[in-house]
Design a protein around this ligand. Structure first.
Ligand SMILES: Cc1cc2nc3c(=O)[nH]c(=O)nc-3n(C[C@H](O)[C@H](O)[C@H](O)COP(=O)(O)O)c2cc1C
Length: 509
């Protein structure tokens, strides 16, 4: 440090002399300001040369710092100056704008025609009908709960996907829950458990992950007594066992230490400030038979509420084995949530987000046809999750076999998320995915709850319009045949299943 100080002093004197010689110092108005800047730059330059961590800064003192500066604001540069309307990822500017407009209840129409290249291979569209109908007035709902369920739940076709208090701020959770209350749809708690902010009156789907937060014993395993206490709460309408998540299948949930506040640590029963990585799989069960028995146990402990599980499909044969166990033990979940590998997360290793698991479309087709093949679909609702933002994405999922959709990031947009890609750093500028109390203050709960409500209402209305264009009144009338590129999907399905099953799907009731 001393050496550095001497060096900077030396550099400073050299620069000062040069500066005075060049400008005639006494006549220059901002001389002291410039001197100060020169001093700071010389200090920085010497520091750059002496530090050993960054080669670029050692080799190119002062100017080398611009590389790190630009790197740190590259998402903003990308978003504001480079990205086109259709190119942004994970969500394009057009899609984000759609979510914002629907949330603000303002004009959500689009001018001049599509900006997509509809001749590209990934173009999927609806085969509408000449005999289009007016959109139906009544709400689109689906009853969740098979014959063994004592408290079936009438769910909206669009709900808030799992996002914990921890990954999201308390203000964000409160706004989501209030929006869900007003719009009569459910709010999935995420694996972080039920917090006071989930208790604003909205219906809950309580998610139980491998960390068993909220129903966890001292050794980190499942605690029946704690489970029952929460499961029988009136607002808990459904319970979801999380097997895996599309953004990190086979990897436990991750709560970065910076986001693990005292309050969150207390709710989860963990140590404050530490990074919490949940185990990659459950300790309460280890094979398909034990999974279905666990479902039965939760059903009994919750007095018969709908019980389901969420997964991103990897090995299709393992899904098949679970279906066989259901049949063998006559225990069926009330719902299964299929999360696509394109799914979002608060924090995950890049390799898991980029390269593990089946995308939603093939996974959904596979799950649907497997349930059909075993003739157990009637008792199990299929929920699709993965970029369900536009009404078309919802309609497409239903056509591929889902009964309902969950959406996470679209609801984040309704809260004001700007896709800053900082969910894992605690510095989310919009106060959505942070525990920083100053940042979260920016998110006004009452205002954003209204936007959550609006987004849901306007998106479901847009679904009704698409249904009307197809001559339908409910999403349950859709099938794979309603999609352009449907034949290619049938080909994919044929790969796995005999024709009879596919015909069954085409005529699903
Ligand atoms: C900030 C954030 C937190 C999440 N937390 C959970 C979680 O606790 N449990 C879970 O199963 N999925 C979690 N997810 C995944 C979502 O529930 C959802 O499955 C996935 O993002 C796909 O939906 P989307 O494309 O609508 O975002 C999280 C996603 C985000 C963006």
């Amino acid at each position: 440090m001393r050496r550095m100080f001497l060096f900077s002093l030396l550099a400073f004197f050299a620069l000062t002399l040069l500066f005075m010689w060049l400008t005639g110092f006494s006549e220059f108005r901002f001389g002291y300001v410039i001197l100060g800047i020169l001093f700071l730059l010389s200090f920085l330059g010497v520091y750059d040369v002496l530090q050993k961590k960054h080669a670029i800064r050692r080799n190119f003192p002062v100017v080398g710092n611009f590389r790190y500066l630009f790197e740190s604001i590259s998402p903003e540069i990308q978003q504001y100056f480079i990205e086109s309307n259709t190119s942004g990822r994970p969500f394009s500017r057009n899609l984000r704008a759609l979510a914002y407009r629907r949330s603000k209840n303002v004009n959500d129409t689009h001018p001049f025609g599509t900006q997509r290249d509809i001749h590209l291979e990934d173009y999927i569209a609806l085969r509408h009908s000449i005999y289009a109908k007016k959109p139906v007035e009544e709400d689109l709902r689906v009853l969740v709960g098979g014959p063994d369920c004592k408290q079936p739940y009438s769910a909206s076709i669009l709900n808030i996907s799992a996002m914990s208090f921890g990954s999201l701020s308390s203000n964000a959770i409160s706004a989501l829950n209030r929006g869900a209350l007003k719009g009569e749809f459910y709010h999935n708690t995420g694996e972080g458990g039920i917090s006071p902010y989930h208790m604003e009156g909205g219906d809950l789907c309580w998610q139980i992950g491998t960390g068993y937060f909220g129903c966890r014993n001292e050794t980190g395993g499942f605690d029946e007594v704690k489970f029952r206490e929460k499961a029988i709460l009136t607002k808990v309408k459904m319970i979801e066992i999380k097997l895996s998540q599309g953004a990190k299948p086979g990897h436990g949930g991750v709560l970065p230490g910076v986001k693990n506040t005292k309050e969150i640590a207390e709710i989860r029963g963990v140590k404050e400030g530490t990074t919490i990585v949940s185990p990659p799989s459950h300790t309460a069960f280890g094979n398909p038979k034990e999974l279905v028995q666990f479902i039965q146990k939760l059903r009994e402990l919750s007095d018969g509420k709908p019980i389901g599980f969420k997964l991103c499909i990897g090995r299709t044969e393992e899904f098949e084995d679970i279906c066989k166990a259901m049949l063998e033990h006559s225990i069926y979940p009330d719902f299964i949530t299929i999360d696509g590998a394109e799914g979002g997360t608060g924090a995950a290793p890049l390799e898991f987000s980029d390269s593990v698991g089946l995308p939603l479309e093939p996974a959904l087709i596979f799950a649907r046809l497997t349930l059909d093949k075993h003739r157990i679909k009637d008792r199990i609702r299929l929920i699709a999750s993965g970029k369900a933002l536009s009404a078309f994405s919802i309609v497409k999922n239903m056509a591929l076999g889902a009964d309902m959709c969950n959406s996470a990031r679209a609801f984040m947009f309704s809260l004001g998320c700007i896709q800053a890609l900082r969910c894992n750093t605690n510095s989310c500028p919009t106060g959505v995915a942070t525990q920083d109390k100053h940042l979260k203050k920016g998110l006004v709960i009452t205002d954003k709850a209204e936007r959550v409500y609006n987004f849901h209402k306007n998106t479901v209305h847009a679904v009704k319009e698409l249904l009307g264009a197809s001559g339908y009144s409910h999403t349950s009338e859709l099938s794979i045949r309603d999609l352009v590129r449907g034949d290619e999907m049938v080909e994919f399905a044929n790969h796995f299943f005999p024709d009879s099953v596919i015909n069954h799907l085409h005529h699903k009731s």
